[in-house]
Design a protein around this ligand. Structure first.
Ligand SMILES: Nc1ncnc2c1ncn2[C@@H]1O[C@H](COP(=O)(O)OP(=O)(O)O)[C@@H](O)[C@H]1O
Ligand SMILES: [Mg+2]
Length: 214
């Protein structure tokens, strides 16, 4: 079993988008996956409800992280944690130490970059990342290329002493996918071609090329 934590205290940076799309990727490849939702708004659980109502997509098991002990069904191969939108609490450190990979989405805005810098520093300190090395990487999200701010974000990510894994563009594909309870891996390939390319480095990084990509 392999666990992936998607975390950043900043709301709206793309945690739920990345968590649901990653779970959708595994589902498409028949990997038995649990999505654990720590968001008080339970956005992943809502997404799963829409997904299940459609009745035609591969099953993803949803668990609320808000109530009691986490019950994970037998035979699960991947757990994706959509982390609480709080700072580096004991809970976040515990989840990080339980995970093989930690994905931190960052938006191209000065406020978000500053907040992410602080968060990463805390994570390194409180999670004792140097003694407990984990795969921790940054993902630039909602990027509009050729904008100045993207240039700043790129420099920030390169300087951040953590791997800068990939860039995800700003596209309605993610909004549409969220509405339908799917991920981009379950949409018409022509529309999401570019997005699939952008996901490949992230999947490869998480999986160490253990699971096939398209
Ligand atoms: N790459 C993207 N392109 C377009 N919209 C996006 C993208 N990533 C996230 N969004 C949208 O931005 C909003 C916030 O994203 P979300 O994943 O819910 O953030 P978080 O879980 O960190 O609060 C959602 O409406 C989502 O659909
Ligand atoms: Mg969320």
């Amino acid at each position: 079993m392999r666990s992936i934590l998607v975390v950043n205290p900043k709301g709206g940076c793309g945690k739920t988008t990345i968590s649901t799309n990653l779970a959708s990727y595994y589902a498409v490849w028949g990997v038995k996956t649990v999505l654990v939702d720590f968001d008080p708004q339970q956005s992943c659980i809502q997404w799963l409800k829409v997904r299940n109502q459609a009745g035609k997509y591969e099953k993803i098991h949803g668990v609320s992280g808000l109530t009691g002990k986490l019950q994970v069904p037998e035979g699960v191969q991947r757990i994706v944690y959509d982390a609480p939108a709080r700072s580096v609490t004991d809970k976040v450190v515990e989840l990080m130490l339980r995970s093989e990979a930690v994905v931190i989405p960052v938006l191209p805005s000065p406020i978000d970059m500053r907040a992410a810098r602080e968060f990463v520093d805390q994570l390194i300190r409180k999670g004792r990342l140097r003694q407990n090395p984990r795969l921790v990487g940054l993902v630039a999200n909602r990027v509009r290329e050729h904008t100045n701010i993207y240039g700043h974000l790129e420099n920030f990510l390169i300087d951040a002493e953590l791997p800068f894994v990939t860039t995800l563009r700003d596209t309605q594909n993610y909004v549409r996918a969220a509405e339908r309870g799917v991920g981009i891996f379950e949409m018409g390939p022509a529309a999401v071609d570019k997005d699939l390319d952008q996901w490949r480095p992230l999947i490869n990084w998480i999986e160490g090329k253990r699971v096939k990509t398209r």
